[in-house]
Design a protein around this ligand. Sequence first.
Ligand SMILES: NC(=O)c1ccc[n+]([C@@H]2O[C@H](COP(=O)([O-])OP(=O)(O)OC[C@H]3O[C@@H](n4cnc5c(N)ncnc54)[C@H](O)[C@@H]3O)[C@@H](O)[C@H]2O)c1
Ligand SMILES: Nc1ncnc2c1ncn2[C@@H]1O[C@H](COP(=O)(O)OP(=O)(O)OP(=O)(O)O)[C@@H](O)[C@H]1O
Length: 524
Amino acid sequence: MSSTYKLNHTDSFGNGDAKSLAENGFSHLTSLAQSEKAVQELLLQQTPMQTTDDHLIEFSEALRTVAKALRGAAEGKALAQAEAAEWKRRYELERSKNVELQHKELSNGVCADESNSQRIEHLAKSPRLYAQENSSNGMERICSHEVLQDGGFNSFTNKLKRKASFKLSWGCKGMANDQHKKEIVSFERGNISTAERSSKQISLTWESDPQTVLIITKPNSTSVRVLSVDMVRWLRTQKGLNIYVEPRVKEELLSESSSFNFVQTWEDDKEISLLHTKVDLLITLGGDGTVLWAASMFKGPVPPIVPFSMGSLGFMTPFHSEQYRDCLEAVLKGPISITLRHRLQCHIIRDKATNEYETEETMLVLNEVTIDRGISSYLTNLECYCDNSFVTCVQGDGLILSTTSGSTAYSLAAGGSMVHPQVPGILFTPICPHSLSFRPLILPEHVTVRVQVPFNSRSSAWVSFDGKDRKQLEAGDALVCSMAPWPVSTACQVESTNDFLRSIHDGLHWNLRKTQSADGPRDT
Ligand SMILES: NC(=O)c1ccc[n+]([C@@H]2O[C@H](COP(=O)([O-])OP(=O)(O)OC[C@H]3O[C@@H](n4cnc5c(N)ncnc54)[C@H](O)[C@@H]3O)[C@@H](O)[C@H]2O)c1
Ligand SMILES: Nc1ncnc2c1ncn2[C@@H]1O[C@H](COP(=O)(O)OP(=O)(O)OP(=O)(O)O)[C@@H](O)[C@H]1O
């Protein structure tokens, strides 16, 4: 029988044996006393000038050690400040949302019972904890719309608005029982085994009928414009849905016919920030850029997206516009397979910021965040850390931190691997590194990556988010990046893996080669 053992988390310092430590400590003391004696004997033999030089060298080494320690402490502080600011931002966001809902409820005259008010109080104090408690109480529904959107108090918010609810379930294609089984790691009797895989094909099943659809369209395209007119009319007359479009599109529709005045839109950013509470389904008409654009409008939870291909490549747009009616019929009925695409949340910490709350607005990316040399002709010099551990210094044109969805975009062009979008991870791909040994990395999804422009950098660097919103990073500024809690779910044509393979075959002609003919030399 193999021996039994326990798996434990250990800290990075390790916990050595106390006895051997004491012994080591004793032998250190003895050797220290001996070396001190040796140093004294040496000093007696030396001239006064030599002694002064030695002292100066020793002193400068000590100063260097202190400077190194101070730099380490400053780096640790910057990271802690970034984290504190992010938590504060989330806390304020949740709190203001809850207070707003509470006010709405009072003004609607709905009498909140005691348990609801306690829950609101609890949420306002500790939104994240509440969401976790709620989502881990052994229910089969492990990732519900309500949990992502409202922190779990759906019965209360249902009184305030009408949103279609749905559930996500993890299961194998074709399996009758698609109930999610948690991944179980067992280490009984010294044997480690996993019972279930955590990430299976995900399907979305509506629990109540979707009622509101948002349509986002690529601008300046006649075919998109023609299709959007037809689709809006069909969704309204045949499906009786409420429809939101961008202000530009509403104008286009009204210029077509005044009968489109039922179409809704928004006026400012505040209204955009509330869209996720009203919209059940998001339809995009365009290419991958339109999907990126639509996702970037949602700084928090994103409604499920049905992307129609009206561009040239369409990695994330599996649906054909010609059959849009059949496709939307199927989606509105459900269940549908989805790809849950992770996003990265990024924020810039300015060296000039005087306190930890002075971070800039958090940016969410579906493809990647890129730090490059911009218009500068010098090499970028970027110090990279992963959870406080030094990774490397990028010297080249720049660095791409990509999601797995973005692995087939810019990261691919820079030599990164193609990764199935359902794999959670952060790709660390250099752009033209001036080194023969810089291979791209894939980091696990739970890490925080920090990229800093060193104080002695010759030039500044530039950040862009999904290829947009360029910002300058001066010496001393840093970009902090981690996995966002709000993924983007896109409907699949068949299912996630089939769609991914189809897109790399059709879009990139991956590994296309004429098949070798059967005639010719063979192994005997
Ligand atoms: N050298 C490069 O390959 C390069 C350079 C700059 C930007 N980009 C990519 O362009 C994206 C912005 O896209 P856009 O449409 O707004 O700009 P765009 O109009 O310049 O199009 C960029 C191209 O990248 C494709 N693309 C976008 N996301 C993709 C994905 N996840 N998988 C495969 N291909 C994808 C698009 O279909 C399009 O053909 C950026 O996020 C970046 O990934 C690539
Ligand atoms: N609703 C929108 N409002 C403003 N800009 C948009 C919108 N939708 C898309 N864009 C921008 O338009 C550009 C082109 O969009 P998209 O990539 O969808 O079309 P495409 O270039 O024809 O398709 P493909 O990328 O497949 O070749 C992108 O830069 C995108 O950011």
